[in-house]
Design a protein around this ligand. Structure first.
Ligand code: NAI
Length: 338
């Protein structure tokens, strides 16, 4: 262990010298739940990300193996592993960004809300750690049900006196990624050219694609709108059923999570014009949390952008989404307040 420590220290010194010579400084990122189905490919992709200088991998199982494996990649980020709750605080000290894919995933026949019982407690514990060790970090919350876990995290941070709504973001990027893919298929375009805003939340009818605002501008027939809306809302279930008990989306989610984390890091760096959809504290509707486009900057979600004009179909969808969202948000708040 001593030898490893010495090697790390000397490597640290050399890296500091290297930075002094003008190498770009990076950000410190922690992944909580790093040994899981999402966590592992997410760790791999963050290790490749040039904006990351330090990558902390935390889980309650298997982090030594995942850390040893990932740490052999010849990319810039220094990787360290942390195992079990006694090491949580150490994993979090000094982090700029914390990504949370910890918790159980769905099995066929389950809704995201069915995960509440287990994941609510996990998210509470992890957020208590964040409040203590890195209260200024940006938090990307992936654990489902996102519509409830984000309000849970907010309440934990409020209790600890560290809550900054700009720094707490529920990750809904996979809904946008799916929407871009499915819409591109219908239009016969490259998905990279397509941009579909998806607002509301991250479960069933709360996932509201705004097909009237697709870029490049286009129009759909009513059957296409029904097909696309339903496929985007049920994309997660499509994967859960195809995996037949072996979990939910992990690979596409790791991709989506990195896309979002990278946008957050570019915002932190001070890049201009970074806009992504996310589930955040919001005044866009009467609900305290809502997913919509946000502008990311040095302090997190610096601006929550308005929904823009909705057509009649989308207005009806919004009303449905709000009903379910209100309940999920309240459920999260009550979990901490009780
Ligand atoms: P998984 O079961 O493969 O991995 C979860 C990991 O969390 C495991 O390694 C487990 O040991 C770890 N974990 C459990 N309790 C923990 C604790 N107290 N502290 C730290 N780590 C802990 O699950 P998977 O497939 O990676 O999914 C993780 C979560 O992400 C689920 O809640 C799932 O529903 C959610 N998800 C969210 C999506 C989104 O778009 N926001 C999309 C897909 C999944």
């Amino acid at each position: 262990l001593q030898v490893t420590q010495l090697m790390e220290e000397s490597a640290g010194l050399r890296r500091a010298n290297c930075r002094a010579k003008g190498a770009a400084p990076g950000f410190k990122v922690a992944i909580l739940g790093a040994a899981g189905g999402i966590g592992q490919p997410l760790a791999l992709l963050m290790k490749i990300n040039p904006l990351v200088s330090v990558l902390h991998l935390y889980d309650v199982v298997n982090t030594p193996g995942v850390t040893a494996d990932i740490s052999h990649m010849d990319t810039g980020a220094v990787v360290r592993g942390f195992l079990g709750q006694p090491q949580l605080e150490e994993a979090l000290v000094g982090m700029d960004l914390v990504i949370i894919p910890a918790g159980v995933p769905r099995k066929p026949g389950m809704t995201r809300d069915d995960l509440f019982k287990i994941n609510a407690g996990i998210v509470r514990t992890l957020c208590e750690g964040i409040a203590k060790s890195c209260p200024k970090a940006i938090v990307n919350l992936i654990s489902n049900p996102v519509n409830s876990t984000v309000p849970i995290a907010a309440e934990v941070f409020k209790k600890a006196g560290t809550y900054d709504p700009k720094r707490l973001l529920g990750v809904t990027t996979l809904d946008v990624v799916r929407a871009n893919t499915f819409v591109a298929e219908v239009l016969g375009l490259d998905p990279r050219e397509v941009d579909v805003p998806v607002v509301g939340g991250h479960a069933g009818v709360t996932i509201l694609p705004l097909l009237s605002q697709v870029k490049p501008p286009c129009s759909f027939t009513p059957p296409e709108i029904d097909y696309l809306t339903s496929r985007i809302q049920n994309g997660g279930t499509e994967v859960v059923e195809a995996k037949a008990g072996a979990g939910s989306a992990t690979l596409s989610m790791a991709y989506a999570s990195v896309k979002f984390a990278d946008a957050c890091l570019r915002g932190l760096r001070g890049d201009a014009g970074i806009v992504e959809c996310a589930f955040v504290a919001s005044q866009v509707t009467e609900l305290p949390f809502f997913a919509s486009k946000v502008r990311l900057g040095r302090t997190g979600a610096e601006e929550v952008l308005p929904l823009g004009p909705l057509n009649e179909y989308e207005r009806a969808g919004l009303e449905k989404a709000k009903q379910e969202l209100a309940e999920s948000i309240q459920k999260g708040i009550s979990f901490i307040k009780k």
